[in-house]
Design a protein around this ligand. Structure first.
Ligand code: AMP
Ligand code: ZN
Ligand code: FE
Ligand code: FE
Length: 283
C-alpha cells in the first residue's frame, strides 16, 4: 500500500516551499506518491517531477482550479494531467491568474490606505521563495501584513481584513464549475471536488449542490480532508458510492502557511489505480 497525498501547494502558488523542497518534505514524511496541486497553475510540475524522480517518489501532475457554482466559490482538483500549452483551457487559466493578480493589487491599494502595506512588499514576499510565483492570492497579502506587524499570521488576516465580508475584499474571476470541469477533461485529467463540504462557516456545499456538480461531470470527491468532519465524509461517501465516483484524500499542505501536515490525509490504492487508469498518467 503506497502512501499517497493528492493535495499539496508549493510557492508557485500560495505554499511557502519550492516544489523541490516540498518533495523532500514528502520523502521525510514517508510518502510514496504526491500530487502537486497549485492554484490555477501547473508551472511547478516539471520541477516537482524532477525532484520526485531523484527522491524515488511518484509525482502525479495536478492543479487546484478556482471555480464557482451558483456564485459560490469552490475548488476542483485536476488530477493526472495538465492542459496542453496554448489550449483553450490553458488560455482561460492565464486569464484567471491575471485576474487574481489585478484583484490582489486592488486589495492592497485599499489596505494601503489604512495599513503599512505596498504591492512591492507583497511581490517581494511572493517571489522571494526560490521559485517564480505564477498564481498570486490573499495568502501573499496576509504574509506582507504579517511582516509589517499588522497581524500575527495568515489565520488572523483571513479572519479579519481578508475575509469576504471585509471592506478591503475584492473578488476575482473564477471559471464556472461546468467550464472548469470541461477544461480539466479536455486536458486528460480527472475532476475531483476539493473539500466541497468544508465546515468553514457558510462555505460548505449541500449534498444537492454536490449532486449538481456530478451532473456537470465531476469524477470524484476529496473526502479525506481536515475541513471535513465525520458527517461531511459520510455524506460525500454516500453520493460517491451511489454514483460510482472516485474518493480521494490529501493534506492541502501549504508549507509553513498552514498547519496542515503532509500525509495527514491520504488516498487509497484503489482510487489511485482508478486515476492512473483513467488518465494514463505515469508517476
Ligand atoms: P485566494 O486564492 O486569494 O482566494 O485565497 C484562498 C487561499 O487562502 C486558499 O488556498 C487557502 O488555502 C488559503 N487560506 C484560506 N484561509 C486560510 C487561513 N485561515 N489560513 C491560512 N490560509 C488560508
Ligand atoms: Zn492555497
Ligand atoms: Fe482549496
Ligand atoms: Fe488547496
Amino acid at each position: 500500500m503506497r502512501a499517497t497525498d493528492l493535495h499539496t501547494h508549493s510557492a508557485v502558488s500560495d505554499g511557502t516551499e519550492t516544489p523541490t523542497a516540498l518533495i523532500e518534505q514528502a520523502r521525510l514524511a514517508g510518502l510514496d506518491i504526491v500530487a502537486l496541486t497549485d492554484h490555477d497553475t501547473d508551472r511547478g510540475i516539471a520541477e516537482a517531477r524532477e525532484a520526485a524522480s531523484s527522491a524515488g517518489l511518484g509525482l502525479l501532475p495536478g492543479m487546484e482550479v478556482s471555480a464557482k457554482h451558483h456564485g459560490r466559490s469552490i475548488h476542483i482538483l485536476a488530477l493526472g494531467n495538465t492542459p496542453a500549452p496554448g489550449s483553450d483551457f490553458a488560455l482561460k487559466l492565464n486569464e484567471v491568474r491575471d485576474s487574481r493578480e489585478k484583484r490582489a493589487q486592488h486589495i492592497v491599494e485599499r489596505l494601503g490606505e489604512d495599513f503599512p502595506i505596498t504591492w512591492e512588499a507583497v511581490l517581494e514576499i511572493a517571489s522571494g521563495r526560490g521559485v517564480s510565483v505564477a498564481s498570486v492570492g490573499r495568502p501573499h497579502i496576509a504574509d506582507a501584513l504579517t511582516r509589517a506587524g499588522v497581524v500575527t499570521g495568515r489565520a488572523e488576516a483571513f479572519e479579519t481584513m481578508l475575509a469576504p465580508h471585509s471592506p478591503y475584499y475584492v473578488p476575482y474571476r473564477a471559471l464556472e464549475a461546468a467550464e472548469a470541469i470541461a477544461g480539466i477533461h479536455a486536458s486528460g485529467a480527472l475532476a475531483v471536488g476539493a473539500h466541497l463540504m468544508t465546515v468553514k462557516r457558510g462555505k460548505g456545499l449541500s449534498s444537492d449542490a454536490c449532486q449538481e456538480l456530478v451532473e456537470s461531470g465531476l469524477d470524484g470527491f476529496e473526502v479525506f480532508h481536515r475541513e471535513h468532519g465525520e458527517a461531511e465524509r459520510a455524506a460525500l461517501v454516500e453520493i460517491a458510492h451511489e454514483r460510482g465516483l472516485i474518493v480521494t484524500g490529501g493534506s492541502d499542505y501549504h508549507g509553513s502557511g498552514k498547519p496542515n501536515r503532509l500525509g495527514e490525509n491520504t488516498t487509497s490504492e484503489e482510487s489511485l489505480e482508478r486515476i492512473l487508469e483513467a488518465t494514463s498518467a505515469r508517476l
